[in-house]
Structure formats: structure tokens, C-alpha cells
Design a protein around this ligand. Sequence first.
Ligand SMILES: [Zn+2]
Length: 1011
Amino acid sequence: MEKFDFLNPVNIGKSYKNFILLKIEDVPDYKCKSVFLRHKRTGLEVFHLIKNDRENLFAFAFRTAAKDSKGTAHIIEHSVLCGSEKFPLKEPFTTLAGQSISTFLNAMTYPDKTVYPGASLVRKDYFNMMDVYADCVFFPKLERDTFIQEGHRLEMDENGNMSIQGVVYNEMKANFTTFYQIGMDELIAQMFPDSYPAFSSGGDPAVIPSLTYEEFTAFHKTFYSPDNCCLLLYGDIPTADQLDFLDEKFMKRLEEKYNCTSDLPYANQELPYVKPQVRELLQLKKQPKSIMLETTAPEQGATGNLVTLSKYTGEPNIEKYFLGEVICGNDSSPLLKAVKESGLGDMPYTGNFGQFKEEFWVLGIGGVKEGKEKKVFDLMHKEIERLYKEGVSQEDIDSAVMGIDFNLREENRWWGPYSIQIMEKALKGWVWGLPCTDQLCPITKFEALKKELYADKDYVKKLIKKYFIDPEVECRLVVRPSKTYLADRAAAEAKLVEELGKNVDKEQLKNDLDRLHANQARIETPEELACIPHTKVSELEKNTDEPKVELKTVKGADGSDVPLLISHEDTNGLFYVDVLFPFDRLSPEHFKYIPFLSNVITNIGWEGKNWDDCISESACIMGDVWGRILTGSVYDVPQCNEIAQKYADYNFMGRKWLGVSCKALTSKAEESFDLLARIITKMDFKDAKRLKVLIQEQRAGRKANLVEAGRDLAFKRCTASWSEGYALAEILWGVTQLYAISEYKEKNAKKILKEFEFIYRECLKAGGVIHITADDDSLAKIMPLLEKFASAAGITKLLPSNNYKLEDYLPYVINAQNSMGEETKESLTTESQTGYATAVTPCSPYLTKESASEIVYSTWLNNHTFWDKFRTTGGCYGAGIYPDSGECCLKMSTYRDPDPQKHAELLTETIKNNTDVNFTHDDVEKSIVTCYGAIIEPQTPQDRGKQAFETFLYANNGFRLLKMDNLLAVNDQDVKNAALRLAQMAQKDVHKVVFCDKSKESYGKNLDLPL
Ligand SMILES: [Zn+2]
């Protein structure tokens, strides 16, 4: 049979397996084509973004909205994942997550929709996930026990004391505790009164208990029908294959369940169909005239009142994004600067709020003193007037255009694949009944905006008039922190519990709870779990796509050949540059200054200009520019040594680097290289006033995240005398560095600048290396510029390293003796509500078969023994084990640990004693599949370039296939041997460090943290 061509317009209006092809569109901004289809019996709509990307994504989305805060959509989101017709398990989702090679697997409730996305690079895995997800959303069990577990229930302890419990109930209780969270909710409720945004889609714990089981199941029936489902597909799996899968597995069952006996009357409608009752729910109501509202929120996180002034701005468009960047894009933008300089508060709260079909501008400040509210409103009016009258500067416009151009082109993986962000854009229009492509052309729209902008010198003024002066309705809001907010809520909750308790049949309640708890405690058998499909090792592809660099040279300032490394990646008209100079020719006594120096070099100005002017100049030319450190070692194994030998004459292997990186649009390549050369050669070390501010910021920043960094600090101490590479890491990033930071004094600013200038100049003298990541078109433009750049930036031939050894670093490590010897213990103490335990023991070397089986064994430990011992039993938030085979170092740790002293011992005991575990063959397979997923995890183009460059400089590029071969060859016996081997190695060399509160009893040698 001839295949159906979904991209041929003659097929529009024709059906493939009852899916009518309604629309074919180009989506040039994301370099793909799209098709829109509807199943003519059930109404299920499918939008496929057809793109040459192996990382396929699907997302089942349902329009869900409510005019109450019972949290039904959120509770349903949790509950559908608790067992379905084909997968009658307790948690098919968790089981699936533990054995698939997904790059994304999640569920999210938004105010107007609930979305279930999954992504994978492996076709079989992708369909496994789709199979489970589709069954869960359309055919969930939704038993009463699930409802009371995930939603809400009265819980009774052995003394008969009652409380309200429930996963969503507790989750949302934690959400209703901070000032700005509640403040934001109040603001939205004020802007769209009595419509769905005014209510909590996640659920308000004060209201959740009023939800009944009957309402819960009815909600699913109404909103999870196929005619309210938007199925988004993205990637290179053919549309036909996806529809075949749906047709075979689900469409008949859905037709039966929803009694679909004939074609729908709107089956051929080109626009998405929104059911009348849903359309009604999605209507937004607005304030008809100006109002002022005063309210309260919990005081946690507040430093004063939140005062805002808001205006409606209509449907989403690019104009508002642009205007926002012009007036508050960075600290020197006019509105943000005025707000900050007003001294009226400490938290600017301005921007266009764009979550719904109608948007609004917020102009506000948090941390405002009582009585100053009117001053805030006056300031906002005055500034808007001023901006309208005087206009904005060309620099403000140029840097906004630059910033948006850059952001619209740069791919990122903020949370999962980039396609998740495309999905969110497509669903916005789709859910509201607009074309799916409605929000998918930001670049095209911005190009059109730029034409208007350049043709009309009053363009920005007109936008200010349109969005700030013309709209008459103005909503003012004052939110005051309240000391009693949480206590009032707690009292209301207690009263509710009392009332519910009065009317309940205690006998019945006890039976219900006993049944629930018994079911929760029951462990499912392997036979039961087997219904969830999993990918087998034999099905994994061995091909790996390892990023590479190409080595070239360019004539330097001294006429020598300077190494030039090129990463060809699909950067979409952008390029990334690293220019690095080695610092390892200096004496190690200077090394502790390198981290702060790297922060200072792009932050203190150049060519004798003001710091502000410098930032403004670079914002108009580049996406960003920053100081950079790169260190590492060539691992001592034959494969790496051989590569290092091959390139020995270049002097770039295994070096310790300091330098400058930037990213920019290829269209700005010439200016960017010119500016970068000036920054590198004409950097000023004169502005002592600026340095003082940077010292304060640095100290405050490190202090603020000291506890968060606790585990990392503890690891650095564990390994401080393990190897040359680890010792340097302790100096640059560990406790030794905290001491260095505490020694920077504002009064010494001039002296510090002298030291910094000396170090920086010495590095420049040692020669340099250049790295570029760009697409081929960009490279064609960039390559001819590089000789001029290398010369202007003063880059010369690399001089050889001093090749420091471990003993050269140890004198500069704080209390290095604490980690020297066969078995050491140390505690890092400060004020901390939480703790961490870390321990290290030896493991097998890099790239060996032994190392591969130790990685598999560690993965199994992470999912079993470590989870049980430290999380379930020990009360830690997390625990993990990972072999760093390059340094032959097995690293173990706990996270947010209530008893780190005890657990530091337990970590090493676990490794020493875990010698006769019965791994099933299935366990080993699942662990290998998980490790495989980590190796093939996709990266953004800039991350690929970065990784290729860094691995190349440490003779560690090109081993991915070998690692994969070793991994896929691991068998059951290898894993057993790995357990024995690691236990043996741990008998001798053990280092343990805990991070904990000062008040805890002492553990080993104590080191009190500075700052
Ligand atoms: Zn949740």
C-alpha cells in the first residue's frame, strides 16, 4: 500500500486511519514543518512538529480550568498516574521513570491545562512511554483509595487525634507560606476577578477538603475526553507511525468508552475545537474601572509592603516583550534604574505578565515601608510620563534588540529538552482555540517589528503611549505582610478538622485507613511490575554522537602559530568564543586569587572608561561576556597518555587556564572580536571603588549559599590530598577558597588590584589558545577575522607548564594534613539546619572493563541500597554513589542529612559489607539501560562545543564508544565482582568528611568555616 504523504497539500481533507489532515504549515523559526489532524470519530486533535531531531517528544494536554480552588485538576494529575486498565500498578509512572531512557518524563498542572509530556532518543522507549501515559490519562482506575491518598482524607493516629492528609493537600500547604507567592496570586485574582485565574489551580488547602470523590471522577469524565485533548508530537518519528500506534492501541477503546458511533459534525473544522462548556470556563473577566485593593500575605520573605500598579495590555505579542527589554532589560535600563534609585523598596516588581490569553503590565516594588505607598504610585506615573516625553536612549534600544535577537536564537535546556519550550508555546494558542502555530513565529514577528522600529523614530514612544498612557483602567494593589496570616490559617484548619471529625463514622474511618496503609506498604512482585515495558540491553544502539573539535592554528601577535580549536555545531547564527591563557607558570601561592580574579576581569571596565559605559557597550554588541577558569588533569591511563604525547609540542595538554569567553550573533562578529580584543588587552585594574562593591557581593554571595554548597565543600576536603587535580580544586573551589575570600578586605582594594593585575599580565605572557563554537555559515564569516583578532588580543605562542605535582599544592591547602593518611575523618562546622556526609574510597581506573561494571553497580546501589538505607530509613533527602574513575575515586554522599556523623560511617560500611547481594539479571539490565541513558543524554550546541573543547585539552576526547562498548558488555558476574572489588579496596584507603551545625558532637578533626 502506498504511504500517506502528510506533507502533500493534495491530501488536505483526506483521512489516514480516521485522522483527517486539516493543515500543513511551515514553522521556519524552529526549522520544521507541521501538520494538524483530527480523529473524526473521537475528536482527538494531533499537532506534529516534523523536525529532523532524534529526541522525540509527545505531550497529552487537556484543557482543565475551574472556578474554585478545590485543586481538582492537580489531584487528577497525580491520580491518573496511580494505575490504569492496562497497567494496574500503584505507581506505573515511577516504575516507568526508573527503567526508561527518557530525557523528559513529567506531568504539570497549569491554570488552564494539564500536560503529560515524555521525550526519548530511543524509538522503542518513546512508544513504551506513550503507551503507559495514554493508558493512564484516558483509562485510569481513579479508585477511592487513590483519591484519599493523593487528594485529602482525615487521618487518625493511635490516640484518636485527627488531621487532614493527602499528597496534594500537603504539597499545596507548603506553597501557601511565602509573601511573594501569595502576593502574586492576589494580583492575578485582582486582574481577572471571578474567572479561572482568580482561583488556585493547584488547590487551596483551606478549600481542597470540600472536594468529593464524585466531583473528582466527574471532572475526569468532562475534561479528559478525547475531544478535549491536544496531542502534541515533535521529532523525526514519521506521523504515520505515530498514528498507527494510536490507532492500534487506543482509538477503538476510546470510541467505545465515549460512545463515538459516527463522524463528528465539526470533524473538518480547520481551527482547534473547544467544547462550549470549556470555552465558557476559559473566558476572562476584567475590571471595568480602576480600583485599589489592600490585602495581606504571610510575612515570610517580605521586607515591607508590595505595592503594584497594573494595566491591561491585551493579547500576547512581541511588542510588549521588546518594550519590556527597553525599559527594564538590565540594571541600567531607564525604568529599572529609576525604581532602584528611588530607595522606596528593595525588590523591583515590574514586567508584562503573560500567562493568559489577556496580559497585563505590573509596575511595582516590594519591601516598601508603610505610608510610602502613594510615593510608589506617583513614581511610576512620573517615570512613565518622563519616558513618554523624553523617549529612551539609542543604547537602551540597541541593547534590547541585541538581547532579544540573541535569546530568540539560542537553544537551551533549562528544564528538559528545548522542545518542551516549543510545546508550551504551541499549547498556548491551541488551548484557546487558536492555530497551534499562533505562538511559534517569534523571530519572524520580531524581524517585522525591527522594520517598523527603524522606520519610525517615535516607535518606542508610541508603544509607551499604547501600553501605559492610553489604557484607562488602572489597578492598584497593596499587599502587607501579616504576622498572623499563617496562624489564622492553622486555626481555620484545626476548626475544619474538628468539624469533619464530629461527623465521621470512626469505625468506618479506621477501616478505610487500615486498608489504605496496608496497600501502601505492600511491595509489588516482579511479575506484577513486568506489565510495564522496558528496553533491553540488546535493543540499545551502539552509535554515539560524541562532540569533536578540529585543531587548526592562526598566526599570533608574535608571528607564531597559536592553537585554534573549532567546534562545528548547529548554533543557529550565533557563535561562542573562549580565549584562554595558562596560569600554571605562576607560583602556586597565587592560585587562590584566580577564582575572584576571573569574576573581576569582565566586571571592572576597560580602556579607562566608566564601568557602566563598558557594560552598556558590551550589551549592545554581545549576548554576554564573562571570565573563565578551566582546570583538569590528563588521566594516567595508556589511552590518554598516548593522546597527550601526540600533541606534546603544542603545550596545551593538561594546562590550568584563566581567560575570557563571550557569545554573540554572527552578524555582529566583527564588532564582537574587536571589543573582545580590547577587553583582553586594555582591561583596567584601577577602580578600587568598584572592587570594594565586588568584594562585598562576592562575600555575601558565598555566605548566602554556604549551606547549599555543603556537600561539595565536604567532597573537596575528602579528596584534598588525593591527587594533584583534586588538591588544586580544593584551593580554587573548596574550603581553602572560603578562607581566601574571607581575607579580601575592602581597605586593601588597591593592593588586591595590583596582585590581580600582576597575575593577569603573567597569564597573558604565557601564550594562549582560542576556541570557537559555531555553525558552518557562521564559521565562514568568522574564520577570516581571526588572524587580526589573535594579533589585536596579543595572543602568543604557548610556553610550557611548570607541571606542578601534588606536593607542590599541599602547602597552600588549609589544614592539608587533615586529609593525609590511610583513614581520615574531618568535620566542617558552621551554623546550619541541615548536614551532609561524604566519603571516598578507591575504585578502578578510567576506561577499564572493571570501571564499567563499577558504574553499573553504583547505579544499582543508588536505586536500591542507598535509597532504602539513607532515604527511607535514614531520613535523608537524598544519597548517592558515583565512581570518578579518572581519579580512581569512589565518591559517596548523603544530602540534607539529619545525622551526618552516623551516616558517614554507614556509607563506608555499606561499601565494605555489601559483598553478597543477589542481583537479578533484570536488575543488571535496568541499571545498564539507565547508565546508557546518561551517556547519550543530548546537549545544546554550546554545551557540545564546550564539552569537546574541555575533553580535548585533557586528552579525553573520543572515548565515548569505548565506554559504551564496555558498559554494554557488563554481565551479572561482573557486577558481583565489582561489589567484591570495591569492598576490598575500601578496607585501606578511606576519607570521611561531614558538614554540620556547630552544636553537633565532634567528628574527627574539626575545621570551622569562615565567612
Ligand atoms: Zn503536585
